[in-house]
Ligand binder design. Structure first.
Ligand code: SF4
Length: 316
């Protein structure tokens, strides 16, 4: 849950998640749709899918318990070296170091290592931490460095005067803490899309995204990305024809909503419309839903904003 976000933002999700899924069995038994719905707003939905599949595997193969064994953990969906070491050190007291963005930044500053991060640098940090991690409380040690990075040795504006390890820190001594590590420049692509709120008898058509790729398995209104040279209404007609196999009429602009992902910024131009002739749609991938029932489906953040707009408007 904590990928690319803060503990403070995650806490309400974490609490309601544990209320909804208090143990591995309840998570394993839940339909994927409910799991994605509970994850809605956190992004990186593959993690929710992996958690669900891992809970199923642990229920079937490990009597509903999290295995205390690296080889068994590594076979579970979503368990790479980091997650495996995190579970073993935090839950089972194994002396395995963790390297995440916070730990990496703290070590680079403490040791005054300039430049960017790299796998070979992470390997050196793992060796170093492996020598100093205490056998008595390795989980506390790992969490302490992560917290130091998250709260004190922040990427912008590090709080050196409050830092408990300042006397050992080379970057603070040299005054280079603001330039270590070298900041990464992320290219943010801008995407424009046209979205169709197709209305029939007071219900709206939503479709399920494919099981692979971005936002896999989530539900959304039909629509898609504008191609070069297209008007937004042309995009709308083309996308609906491609996705649903039908023409639309009565096209009317409703609103524009935006949403920022890590690597791109999407602007959704939303139109209401209706089918010229209603197509037969497979219920596995398409549903006609009311504004009330749509909130039971896992939706991307942009679609949630469209639903909020429709709810405020009351009629389309
Ligand atoms: S003294 Fe400053 S730069 Fe060094 S570890 Fe502490 S917060 Fe980070």
């Amino acid at each position: 849950m904590l990928q690319q976000t803060t503990v403070r933002a995650v806490i309400p999700y974490y609490e309601s998640w544990l209320e909804r899924f208090p143990d591995l069995r309840s998570l394993a038994r839940a339909p994927l749709r409910d799991v994605l719905r509970a994850w809605q707003g956190l992004g990186y939905y593959q993690r929710a899918r992996n958690l669900h599949r891992a809970a199923g595997a642990m229920t079937r193969e490990h009597a509903g318990l999290i295995p205390d064994d690296a080889a068994a953990l590594r076979k579970l969906p979503g368990f790479g070296p980091y997650t495996t070491a995190a579970v073993l050190s935090l839950a089972y007291g194994r002396p395995l170091p963790l390297i995440d963005a916070n730990v990496r930044r703290v070590l680079m500053r403490l040791l005054s290592i300039e430049g960017g991060s790299s796998p070979s640098l992470d390997g050196k940090f793992a060796d170093l931490l492996g020598k100093v991690i205490p056998a008595s409380a390795p989980g506390d040690f790992n969490q302490a460095i992560m917290e130091l990075g998250a709260l004190v040795c922040r990427s912008a504006n590090p709080q050196c005067l409050l830092c408990p390890v300042r006397e050992f820190c080379r970057a603070a001594a040299d005054g280079t803490q603001e330039t270590i590590p070298r900041p990464r420049r992320l290219e943010v692509a801008k995407i424009e899309a046209a979205v169709a709120v197709i209305v029939r008898d007071g219900r709206f058509l939503i479709r399920r995204r494919p099981d692979k790729g971005l936002l896999a398995g989530l539900w959304e209104f039909p629509g898609g990305k504008r191609e070069d040279g297209e008007s937004l209404v042309e995009t709308l007609r083309r996308e609906v024809r491609e996705e649903v196999g039908a023409g639309i009429e009565g096209v009317r602009f409703l609103t524009t909503v935006g949403h920022a992902y890590t690597r791109f910024q999407v602007t959704l131009h939303v139109y209401s419309c209706r089918f010229r002739r209603a197509p037969a749609l497979p219920p596995k991938d398409f549903r006609w839903v009311t504004l009330r029932s749509i909130r039971r489906y896992p939706l991307p953040s942009g679609s949630v904003r469209i639903v909020d707009f429709l709810a405020a408007k009351k009629s389309v």
